[in-house]
Structure formats: structure tokens, C-alpha cells
Design a binder for this molecule. Structure first.
Ligand code: NAD
Ligand code: UGA
Length: 466
């Protein structure tokens, strides 16, 4: 088996950056170059001020500081890095298609195909090509067909090695993964390629946690894992609505069912709805794949997870409007949090965007404080929805760098992200400076509701009867 000396990772995003940083830290003898066509992103990865890294993840800065310039490099010269590498990770984005056939459902594989064509054009020596991006089952076949067209005798082995890290805990997840999954061809060369990649992970992951499968199982397992996780959130969110009308408390129900070892306690936290770049995209992709095989019952089953999630976001926004006497016109609604979860600066598909958009449609003035998200990012998230003009969005969105000014004179406060610091605020001071009656809509169930009610707040919590 040929040992891997040089790695190239195409795509310096939330997966490519942190994953390669950890692989580089654990394999100082391997040179890793992370490349991207986005010059600004590469500049940020190379910034000497580690607070300016393009991805915020607890612990990432220290690992980058250790490995960068030693055996970890960030560059825009994609051709050179491909040419020199023994192994290439493809970590480019695979968003939901916004045009043509499969619009709104299928994964857009444009960036994957461009990558494959670039590798085919540049490669002069045999290479292992690893799908790190989340891809529809059987994508490896398409990649192989493109790569086999080089005509210059280069042999490629295609592996599937999906990433299971969650944002906000990426470094901990990478350091201590539940499993590393590697799918490869069931040929001698395929098995050798699997072992070459496994040896990189073996630098810190116990062998029994490195699972080897065929390529299709590996590709499909990734979509399935996300679908199962999201399904749990939608399931508990469905129950949260029932709790609100029946007097049950969803956190008590979660605890009660989660102690059953067959169910388990994780991913049972009711919320304003799941966000993030992947759950929705991957389920839609699964639904599309099932439909394209004619499996309508399978497709409908998984689509319900998305329908429930949309419903949860909508009913949270609606609750705010009905509670505030059926009108939020020109009222100041303060949002604590915009990121799709705590400890990340990522806002993709965040519930906050949809709730804000719906309230803006009702002419509310939205004032946001998030410790890691910029005003420009929030505006671009709203503009991306394309339901309102950028001018209108600008008029209705104010961003604050101080939470207390965001909350001052507000008619209502909505908690959209579970950032820990929100629990530490001086809620008496906030109450004193708000419009009365003062409402809090805790979409994350993170605050001490009894204490808030003692101050005088009227509190609505997802999943608790009022
Ligand atoms: P991202 O958008 O943060 O990063 C992708 C990067 O690829 C971008 O910087 C883009 O400029 C670059 N890129 C696109 N085409 C390129 C090309 N031809 N050459 C060079 N660079 C190119 O995306 P991400 O969140 O890192 O996700 C990447 C993949 O990993 C997706 O398939 C996603 O589903 C999967 N995934 C993401 C997560 C997550 O937590 N974000 C976790 C597991 C898996
Ligand atoms: C998720 C998976 O957890 C990762 O394993 C996977 O690699 C990744 O998607 C991916 O493929 O991109 P991520 O989206 O980063 O990771 O974060 P999660 O912790 O899964 O949270 C997703 C959303 O669900 C968040 O909005 C979160 O607030 C919400 N959630 C999660 C709940 O509402 N309740 C829960 O109990 C758990």
C-alpha cells in the first residue's frame, strides 16, 4: 500500500477547514493543502489574527495555530495542489438546486462535477479521490466516469468518507468521532485505497471505530444519519405543540422517553425548528432520490419531517403576533440569537431568518443581537429568501453589538439561538426598560421561567402549556 505524503482538500468551508486542521495536527508527517476558489476565504484562513478565521468553532484557532505553516496550508492554487497530492478530499458545497430539474429538492452537483473535471484535467499520477461532501447515493459512479476520461493512463480510486461533525462542536467531534465511515470499491485496489485513508485516521481514531463499507452504503448512510437526527427533532417538536394544548411539559416528556435506552436522550430538545446547512438539504435530497426510484411512500414519509419543521417555525412567529394583541406593526421585536445553533457563526437555514421574515411581513421592526453574526450576514440571509425586496429588509432590520440596546423598549423578546451568555443577563434591568406588558418567547427553553415571571415577564416557552 502506497503511503500518503501529500493531501489536497478542495473546499475550505465549515467541513474542509476544521477537518483538515485536525488531520494535519494528528499527522505532522503529511503535507495538507486546503484550496478554494474564494480568495477572501483563503485570506481569512491565513490571517495572523486567529479571531478572523472564516469559521468560528471552539478550539479551532489553537489547532490552526499549531499546524498552519508546518504541514497545513491554505491556498487558491487548486491545480498545483491537485497535481502534487496522493489523495484529494472533495469538500465543496452541495446545496439544494435552485433551478431546473429537481429544483428545490435535488442536490446541486455542479461544484462536484467541476472539481472532478479539474482533477481529470490536472492529474498526471495515480490518486485517491475522497468524497467528503454529502452526496446522493451513486455519485461516485458519476465522478469515476468523468475521471476515467483523462486518457493519460492515470488510475483513480474513489472513496466515500462522509463527515459527521456538528457545527459548534466540530473539533470535539473530529477528535473523538463515534465512527469514521469509509466506503470503497470491492476490488483489491479499492480495499488498498480504503486502508490508505484508514491509516490517516488511525493516527488518533481506534481501529474499531473505523467502519469499512461499499461506496453506496457509505453515501446513503450519511443522508440517512441526518434524516434520522432531523426526524427526532421534528418528532419532539410535533409533541411540543400537543404539550402546549394539553398542559404537558415537553422537557419532562423528553426526559421520560429519553431514559428508555432504546430511544436514548439525545436530539430530543424541542425548539423553534432545526436549521443548519444540511438537515433540510439532505432530507430533500433523500426525498428526491426516493421519488426518482418511484418510491413515493418512502418519499412522503421523509418529507413530513420538513413539513413539521416549517410548521414549527411558522407557529412560533404566529404565536408572537397573536400574543402581542394580533399586531406587531411598527413594534420593536428583539431577537436574541441569529445563528442556527450556539457556538457557530453559521446562519444557513436558521429558524431566525424565517421567523424574522414572517414578522417583517407583519411590518414589525426586528432588532437582533447575536455574538457572532454580522448585520451584513443577516441582511443577506433575508435577501436570499427573496420574499421581500432588499430595501424593505434593510428598513425592518437593526443589528446591535450590545444586547441591552437591542432589548431596550422592545414589546417582545424572542430567543432564537441557545447562546449561553443569554442566561447571564440582568433580566430585571431588561424588564425595567421594556414596553409593558413585557413578553418573552423562549424558542430554545434556556431561561429560568419562574425567575422571569417573578420579575413580571409574561413567558411563552416552546412545548409548555400557558
Ligand atoms: P461551505 O460552503 O462552507 O464550503 C464549501 C467551499 O467549497 C466554499 O468555500 C466554496 O468556495 C468551495 N468551492 C466550491 N467549488 C469549488 C471548486 N470547484 N474549487 C475550489 N473550491 C470550491 O460548505 P460546508 O458546510 O463545508 O459543506 C461542504 C460539504 O460537506 C457539503 O456537502 C455538506 O453537506 C457537507 N457537510 C457539512 C457539514 C457542516 O457541518 N457544515 C457537516 C457534514 C457534512
Ligand atoms: C448535523 C448533524 O448533527 C451532524 O452529524 C452532520 O454532520 C451535520 O448536520 C451535517 O451533515 O451538516 P449540525 O447541523 O451542524 O449537524 O448541528 P446539529 O447539532 O445537528 O443541529 C441541527 C439543528 O437541529 C440546529 O438548529 C439545532 O438547534 C437543532 N436541534 C438539535 C434541535 O432543535 N433539537 C435537538 O435536540 C437537537
Amino acid at each position: 500500500m502506497k503511503s500518503i505524503k501529500k493531501i489536497c482538500c478542495v473546499g475550505a468551508g465549515y467541513v474542509g477547514g476544521p477537518t483538515m486542521a485536525v488531520i494535519a495536527q494528528k499527522n505532522p508527517h503529511i503535507q495538507i493543502t486546503v484550496v478554494d476558489i474564494n480568495q477572501e476565504r483563503i485570506n481569512a484562513w491565513n490571517d495572523t489574527d486567529l479571531r478572523k478565521l472564516p469559521v468560528y468553532e471552539p478550539g479551532l484557532d489553537l489547532i490552526v495555530a499549531e499546524a498552519r505553516g508546518r504541514n497545513l496550508f491554505f491556498d487558491t492554487n487548486v491545480d498545483k495542489a491537485i497535481d502534487e497530492a496522493d489523495l484529494i478530499f472533495i469538500s465543496v458545497n452541495t446545496p439544494t438546486k435552485t433551478y431546473g430539474k429537481g429544483k428545490g429538492m435535488a442536490a446541486d452537483l455542479k461544484y462536484i462535477e467541476l472539481c472532478a473535471r479539474q482533477i481529470a484535467r490536472v492529474a498526471k499520477t495515480n490518486k485517491i479521490v475522497v468524497e467528503k461532501s454529502t452526496l446522493p447515493v451513486r455519485t461516485a459512479q458519476a465522478i469515476k466516469r468523468i475521471l476515467d476520461q483523462t486518457g493519460n493512463g492515470v488510475e483513480f480510486q474513489i472513496l466515500s468518507n462522509p463527515e459527521f461533525l456538528a457545527e459548534g462542536t466540530a473539533i470535539a467531534d473530529l477528535m473523538n468521532p463515534d465512527r469514521v465511515l469509509i466506503g470503497g470499491a470491492e476490488t483489491v485496489e479499492g480495499q488498498e485505497a480504503i486502508e490508505a485513508l484508514a491509516s490517516i485516521y488511525a493516527a488518533w481514531v481506534p481501529q474499531e471505530r473505523i467502519l469499512r463499507t461499499n461506496v453506496w452504503s457509505s453515501e446513503l448512510s450519511k443522508l440517512t444519519a441526518n434524516a434520522f437526527l432531523a426526524q427526532r427533532v421534528s418528532s419532539i417538536n410535533a409533541i411540543s405543540e400537543l404539550c402546549e394544548v394539553s398542559g404537558a411539559d415537553v422537557s419532562e416528556v423528553s426526559r421520560a422517553i429519553g431514559t428508555d435506552s432504546r430511544i436514548g436522550s439525545k436530539f430530543l430538545k424541542a425548539s423553534v425548528g432545526f436549521g443548519g446547512s444540511c438537515f433540510q438539504k439532505d432530507i430533500l435530497n433523500l426525498v428526491y432520490i426516493a421519488k426518482s426510484y418511484g418510491l413515493d411512500a418512502v418519499a412522503d414519509y421523509w418529507e413530513q419531517v420538513i413539513i413539521m419543521n416549517d410548521h414549527q417555525k411558522h407557529r412560533f412567529a404566529e404565536k408572537i403576533v397573536t400574543t402581542l394583541f394580533n399586531t406587531v406593526n411598527d413594534k420593536k421585536i428583539a431577537f436574541l440569537g441569529w445563528a442556527f445553533k450556539k457556538d457557530t457563526n453559521d446562519t444557513r437555514e436558521s429558524a431566525a431568518i424565517y421567523v424574522a421574515n414572517e414578522l417583517m411581513e407583519e411590518e414589525a421592526q426586528i432588532h437582533v443581537y447575536d455574538p457572532k453574526v454580522t448585520h451584513l450576514q443577516m441582511l443577506s440571509d433575508l435577501d436570499y429568501l427573496a420574499t421581500r425586496t432588499p430595501e424593505k429588509n434593510k428598513k425592518h432590520l437593526t443589528t446591535h453589538t450590545d444586547p441591552y440596546t437591542a432589548l431596550e423598549a422592545a414589546h417582545g423578546i424572542a430567543i432564537l439561538t441557545e447562546w449561553d451568555e443569554f442566561k447571564e443577563y440582568d433580566w430585571q434591568r431588561i424588564y425595567d426598560n421594556m414596553q409593558k406588558p413585557a413578553f418573552i418567547f423562549d424558542g430554545r427553553d434556556i431561561l429560568d421561567h419562574q425567575a422571569l415571571e417573578n420579575i413580571g415577564f409574561e413567558v411563552y416557552t416552546i412545548g409548555k402549556g400557558n
